[in-house]
Design a protein around this ligand. Sequence first.
Ligand code: FEO
Length: 420
Amino acid sequence: MSQPCAIEIAPDTHWIGALDPGLREFDIILRTANGTTYNAYCVRGSEGVAVIDTVKASHAGEFFARLESVCCYDEITTIVLNHLEPDHTGALPELMRRAPQAKLYISGKAQLMLKALVKHDDLTYTIVNTGDFIELGGRTLHFLNTPFLHWPDTQCTWLEQQGILFSGDVFGCHFCDARLFNDQVGDFRFSFEYYYAHIMRPFREHVLDALNLIEPLPLKLLAPAHGPVLRDAPKSYVQRYRQLASPLLHSGTNNKSLLVFYISSYGNTQRMAEAVREGAETLHGVRVSLYDLQSGGDLPFVDLIEEADGLAFGSPTINGDAVKPLWDLLSSLAVIKVRDKLGAAFGSYGWSGEAVNMIEDRLRGLKLRVPVKGVRARLIPTEAELAACHDLGRQLAQHLSGCVERKIISMSELLSSSHA
Ligand code: FEO
């Protein structure tokens, strides 16, 4: 059987990655119906050769065979690591052993991970940032610091003379097709969108920062770390990322938004939800929306939650727990950024009423702020309990609009309570 060979993507620039067509699940959470590729690249200049990223350890043999088809190990002067997750660094220790003279270039945030991967006492490397570049002789590699796409360490590398962006996971997808180029492989659009939705979406603010660096580049080819090499209309993928990372719809106002979700067996939690909404609506400048989780799937709500400022969740307690549709929605929030949004909980119960505390704990676990204690009501909420829900909504709206009532603490009350 013949050895795998490198594939030229531009003069003196080759794809030296590996194909993994049988993979059906990536990192446990991603389905990969078409397998994936681990893309690595080799750039030759008159004064040196650079290897950009490596592959998963299980596919190192294929990577080294392709690399050897275009260069000798003693020619390698430079190893660039755009991202240190093991699917791109599995072959790194062996590459360093075969090309010990090569210098390593990584982002500042990659240091800890590199030291964990390569346990050499005399490990040396160079930290690079946006604005830094290295010369290979007629080939210049510029570095773009693009953190959190999707790990803190991620960066992109721009090959100036060829107009190629080696983008790491950004613009990638899990789609294996040996024809490699986007104008030759099968239709992979679903995979591109799926990858963005599950890998990049939680970091969309960082995506927008990265796009501000990438969009001005005279781009001729996008070379991501997974999936097809994007040589046909590469800018269209950049534009698609801009669309995906931008807010879905213009709300039409400068209002803050509060979403109140509930699910209700006998109408009791629903009544509480309506009271929360009414309380929130007493303040101007907060747009309040009420949704029954009984009738909706998670996806449209996830989209809404991504844009919202505040979230209140109402669930009855059944068998000592909040109910499944509520947990389903909360568990689907891992794909968006919810940190620092405002959160609250409420609900009716029969015996023990654990749901409200459990929801609040989950919201705190997701790094939401939960400044107002939730409201519980045994079975049918009393007027006082509905008033408490009304007050919960009003307080949430106050927090959202920045007009929280200041609590004046009386020193005499404080002293008397501390002596009680
Ligand atoms: Fe493809 Fe984040 O590794």
